[in-house]
Unconditional design. Structure first.
Length: 244
């Protein structure tokens, strides 16, 4: 096989004509195989050049992928699998990125936890679940979570409750407490981190009660009257969480 021309195309790439076929090759590959000028190469060397070029293609695409934000090792592996990268090269790429510090699951877990705690106010259960999806080991997750004071999760849950109570404009206290309990549970908070505080909140529900009572009465008055209407209205109000 013969390389008939070598032309520089970008900072790190060259265009090689090999047996009248154009190839874009990284300079790392040319250096590795001591290719500086046109000439004959064996088929074996040609195949090794193509394989090594696939490795660097994946490596530089992985660097670009990581440059946007920190990634876990699993995320990088999944990204490489979506690209036209030789499967044999993926393991080498991951190893090189790990060795150079571009991917580090421990640092990733630490940064992820801090973001979830300080920015998204999510609880420990959700954090653990999300990190497992990213391929982080249980031991790494627990090591990093143990660095977070449990009181921070309690404080965050209280902040969330206070915010929701402040903007609440409708419904009963019981219904609001049930709604917040479900929301906090979905955010990954264990009940022991927020139930005492949630049970201590209060709202002025009189105005909401009167509005809901009037609305229910208007609807049920089309079918019921007298004591039966009064009983049906009380049933509906109780179902909405009013305990009068």
């Amino acid at each position: 096989m013969k390389i008939t021309s070598i032309k520089h195309t970008s900072d790190s790439k060259y265009e090689l004509m090999i047996d009248s076929k154009k190839h874009i090759i990284y300079d790392d590959v040319l250096l590795a195989f001591n290719i500086y000028k046109p000439g004959e190469i064996s088929k074996d060397i040609y195949e090794k050049i193509i394989l090594e070029n696939s490795f660097y293609e994946g490596y530089y695409k992985a660097i670009k992928f990581i440059s946007f934000k920190m990634r876990s090792e699993k995320e990088v592996y999944q990204k490489l699998n979506t690209l036209e990268i030789d499967k044999k090269s993926i393991g080498r790429i991951i190893a090189k990125l790990r060795e150079e510090g571009y991917i580090d699951n421990k640092k990733y877990a630490r940064a992820f936890i801090l973001d979830e705690v300080n920015l998204n106010l999510n609880g420990p259960k959700k954090i653990v679940m999300e990190l497992k999806k990213k391929g982080i080991s249980e031991s790494t997750i627990q090591d990093e979570l143990n660095k977070i004071d449990d009181n921070i999760f309690k404080e965050n849950a209280q902040k969330y409750i206070d915010k929701k109570v402040k903007i609440n404009k409708a419904g009963s206290l019981v219904r609001l407490q049930l709604k917040l309990r479900n929301e906090l549970f979905n955010m990954g908070y264990p009940e022991e981190s927020f139930m005492d505080y949630l049970n201590s909140i209060s709202i002025d529900e009189e105005e909401n009660y009167q509005k809901d009572k009037a609305k229910i009465e208007r609807t049920l008055a089309k079918k019921y009257t007298g004591e039966e209407l009064e009983f049906k209205v009380k049933q509906k109000l109780y179902a909405l969480g009013y305990r009068k």
